[in-house]
Design a protein around this ligand. Structure first.
Ligand code: CA
Length: 229
């Protein structure tokens, strides 16, 4: 999935870090807005429709934790927190307030970018797909995370559900190994194709699908998988 034309808001008081982040994000084809205070950041976030917010916790005018809570009163935009505060409590508080991820300063830019990509991708995939999906004799309910085949409820693990759901959002569309691995496991797993192979095997078993003559999940050799349309 391409990240072009997505809008990122950086709320960070250190000019040097803002500049560094802007260059790195723009290099990925993303549009960047900047704010150096919480107040400016909150009003930019309200005024524009950002796809992701990178938020520093240590801001001059308001504590970042308060900023997260204010953002969450109106917005579902994913938030990655940057902070020099590495304590477990601080992280849990940020996540409880509604942040989606937490990166401790000093951070490796490669890792931060991987997390940005993962969140944008997740958001793109999930935003418009809270609806129940009926495909073949399957009913997939993303809210309750239940799957029925005919009348029968299937007991799927979290990852099995995610895999089936991603495939069922658009039957016939090929999802690459890389996309499935990074969405289900995370960006650092993009080369672990054997994880995916095992997961597909388990899911097929629960669906009663025969890999030699699949009714549901088709293997696209060397590329990925798709759900039979
Ligand atoms: Ca700061």
């Amino acid at each position: 999935m391409k990240l072009q034309q997505q809008n990122i808001l950086i709320i960070e008081d250190e000019a040097q870090i803002r500049k560094f982040l802007r260059i790195s994000l723009e290099a990925q084809g993303l549009n960047v807005d900047e704010a150096s205070t919480a107040t400016a950041g909150l009003s930019l976030a309200q005024a524009n429709n950002h796809d992701l917010i990178v938020l520093d916790l240590g801001l001059p005018d308001l504590d970042g934790q308060v900023v997260i809570r204010r953002l969450r009163q109106h917005l579902k935009t994913p938030v990655i927190v940057l902070s020099v505060r590495a304590s477990e409590d601080e992280k849990i508080q940020a996540l409880d307030n509604g942040a989606n991820d937490y990166v401790t300063k000093p951070f490796a830019i490669g890792e931060l970018m991987a997390r940005v990509r993962a969140l944008l991708r997740f958001n793109q995939t999930m935003v418009s797909t809270r609806d129940r999906i009926e495909v073949h004799d399957l009913l997939i309910d993303p809210d309750s995370r239940e799957v029925f085949r005919g009348e029968q409820a299937l007991q799927l693990s979290r990852k099995e559900f995610d895999l089936l759901h991603l495939l069922a959002i658009k039957p016939g569309r090929i999802l690459t190994h890389q996309l499935l691995l990074s969405t289900i496991w995370g960006d650092s797993f993009i080369n672990e194709t054997h994880y995916l192979r095992i997961l597909v095997g388990h899911l097929r078993q629960k669906l009663g699908d025969d890999p030699m003559q699949p009714r549901y999940i088709l293997t696209v050799q060397g590329v990925g998988y798709r759900l039979k349309s």
